[in-house]
Write a protein that binds this ligand. Structure first.
Ligand code: ADP
Ligand code: MG
Length: 389
């Protein structure tokens, strides 16, 4: 078992480097457009404060190449100042003398927010010099950044190897949700997959095949499967190198008695014209961009009967209002069902939020890539290096 911060009785007087995922969308005025990741990070910060730690909070934000004033963590620090009045200070550097100085002045129960880790290129390179500087700031390390747990960066993988450590409450929750869903699934277990890239998700489908009762495949990836079944998919998205793998999955599902559902009708663009056609009528000039009404009904029926649902990937090009209906209706069906529901994946979570049903989903994962890795049954490198007890 990984050590969690609950296993540490007191952090009194300890300098704790806390890696969070505070990667929130900002507009150019520094307004936070969605505070979900900050909110999800608050319990761990609060717990460390309660245990009298000197909490040094660090995170990345966006993908800066060097310093970028639009990607400063300052707006996030301001948010935290409101959540923890009179406890929070911000340092406009990541490492170096100013940070050392600010840390040396901290009192127990105070919070110091560092500037965006990725302003320093040593972060993503996991450079030994940057790891050493970060580690020198603290006596203890806490990893609560589930969103980057599949990466080997300096502030998670590198630092964990240098300091005594534990996972935070958010990482603990994410790990336990996925572990329970895969080790003790409730049946019927319905897994829903969509999105554009079938290549990235085949391992995931394969892993789920050992436990799922129904597998629903929609979105761009469905067309590789329809092609594998010999259907004409017109100009829809397809991964030609994956057609054989898709065929193998179809065969394996049959052998195992898994209910594998594919779209039976589609919202397509034929030239400039948008229309609904059944799979058999897909034509050479058509691009399939959403599931049609018959498919929505078919998928929703399986969702209604589920006791556990895992969903990754929108079932249409939901960014375009013309093609968001399928994803929106499925989100509502998942929200309405009595199943324990987990949604993972950046776009999938956005789609559920846009459908206005996020609050009805049991677990909205904060990590796209990391949740995919867990669903594939693969370890997360940054968690592997955390101490066990
Ligand atoms: P997630 O971020 O939830 O893991 P993905 O990134 O895999 O999901 O997939 C989301 C993308 O898939 C969206 O940009 C969406 O427009 C695209 N997509 C879904 N269905 C289709 C389709 N039929 N054709 C083209 N793109 C699609
Ligand atoms: Mg995505």
């Amino acid at each position: 078992m990984k050590r969690t911060i609950k296993d540490v009785k007191s952090f009194k007087g300890k300098r704790v480097l806390l890696r969070c995922d505070l990667n929130v969308p900002l507009d150019n005025w520094g307004d936070i457009l969605n505070d979900n990741r900050i909110e999800q990070s608050l319990p761990t910060i609060a717990e460390l404060v309660k245990k009298n730690a000197r909490v040094i909070v660090c995170s990345h934000l966006g993908r800066p190449k060097g310093y970028d004033k639009y990607l400063s963590l300052f707006p996030v620090a301001v948010y935290l100042m409101k959540s923890f009045p009179n406890r929070v200070k911000f340092c406009s550097k990541v490492v170096g003398p100013e940070v050392q100085d600010a840390v040396s002045k901290m009192k127990d129960g105070e919070i110091l927010v560092l500037e965006n880790l990725r302003f320093n290129k040593g972060e993503e390179e996991n450079s030994p010099a940057f790891v050493k500087e970060l580690a020198s700031l603290a006596d203890f390390y806490v990893d609560d950044a589930f969103g980057v747990a599949h990466r080997k960066h300096a502030s998670n993988y590198g630092v964990a190897l240098k300091l005594p450590n534990a996972i935070g409450l958010l990482v603990e929750k994410e790990l336990s949700v996925f572990e329970k869903a895969f080790k003790k699934p409730a049946h019927p277990f319905v897994a829903i997959f969509g999105g554009a890239k079938v290549d990235d998700k085949l391992n995931l489908i394969n892993n789920v095949m050992d436990i799922a009762d129904t597998i629903i495949i929609g979105g761009g990836m469905a067309y590789t499967f329809l092609q594998a079944k010999g259907k004409n998919i017109g100009k829809s998205l397809v991964s030609l190198d994956m057609v054989d793998d898709a065929q193998a999955i179809i065969a394996k599902a049959k052998e195992k008695g898994i209910n594998l559902l594919l779209p039976i009708d589609h919202v397509v663009l034929a030239g400039e014209k948008q229309k609904v056609v059944i799979t058999e009528y897909l034509d050479n000039d058509m691009v399939g961009l959403d599931i049609g009404p018959k498919t929505i009904k078919l998928f929703s029926k399986a969702i209604k009967e589920a006791k556990q649902i895992i969903w990754n990937g929108p079932v249409g090009r939901y960014e375009d209002v013309r093609f968001k209906t399928g994803t929106e209706k499925l989100a509502k069906a998942v929200a309405k069902s009595n199943a324990y529901s987990i949604v993972g994946g950046g776009d999938s979570v956005t789609a559920v939020e846009e459908a206005g049903v996020a609050y009805k989903i049991d677990h909205l994962s904060t990590g796209g890539g990391a949740s995919l890795k867990l669903m594939e049954g693969k370890p997360l490198p940054a968690i592997e290096v955390i101490d066990t007890i």
